[in-house]
Ligand binder design. Structure first.
Ligand SMILES: Cc1cc2nc3c(=O)[nH]c(=O)nc-3n(C[C@H](O)[C@H](O)[C@H](O)COP(=O)(O)O)c2cc1C
Length: 186
């Protein structure tokens, strides 16, 4: 029997979540998203975008694509996947999750830059997601090598964040993400 959503519409049953995650926070966010959707009775397949190249995308009813911002752009492998599958993605409900540290703040210039990063990404891929959401990520000093650690300490200082040496810090709003997914894709 087909599940019905609260609106009485047929709820998408099979959802793909595919992601690129350099330091692990986007993967954690996607795992949380998968758990939320499964709890709603959806069937979810979650995999890194590098493993999704050959996937039969048309077999899914909806898709979430997620990546993180590093030096002003999302991962190229995510871009390649979205460009390759743009035609199919444009025919189903889709959500792009853009994970960054700028999303943790409220600086209008940084928020505008995040919108530009997402616009450049989707235009280049020829993909028109129904929804784009910016999600606050994390400092993961435990995952960085010495150079990245230095770069991130500079970013933290620049943002006025106090981050103790070697300390990880998570800004992701889990309750907000759960609320977002509750009605998705409607
Ligand atoms: C080298 C480096 C560069 C980054 N550049 C940006 C940036 O340009 N803008 C931003 O908002 N966040 C930036 N971040 C923060 C990441 O987007 C954030 O740490 C995110 O949680 C990473 O997700 P991931 O663990 O899935 O890779 C950068 C992080 C690193 C390590």
């Amino acid at each position: 029997m087909q599940r019905l959503s609260e609106t009485g519409q047929a709820a998408p049953r099979r959802i793909l979540i595919s992601y690129a995650s350099t330091d692990g926070q986007t993967r954690k966010i996607c795992r949380f998203a998968a758990e939320q959707l499964i709890a709603q009775g959806r069937s979810v397949e979650m995999l890194p975008v590098g493993d999704a190249a050959e996937i039969a995308l048309a077999a899914f009813d909806a898709a979430i694509l997620a990546g993180s911002v590093h030096l002003g752009r999302l991962q190229p492998e995510l871009s390649d996947f979205c460009a390759e599958h743009a035609g199919t993605l444009n025919r189903m409900p889709t959500l792009l999750l853009v994970v960054s540290l700028a999303a943790a703040g409220s600086d209008p210039a940084e928020r505008a830059e995040l919108d530009r990063i997402a616009d450049r990404f989707t235009s280049a891929a020829g993909w028109r997601p129904d929804r784009v959401e910016h999600i606050a990520g994390a400092f993961r000093f435990s995952a960085y090598g010495p150079l990245r650690r230095l770069a991130m300490r500079w970013i933290a200082w620049h943002k006025g964040q106090r981050v103790a040496r070697g300390q990880d810090r998570e800004y992701t709003d889990w309750a907000g993400l759960a609320a977002l997914l509750k009605g998705w894709p409607g």
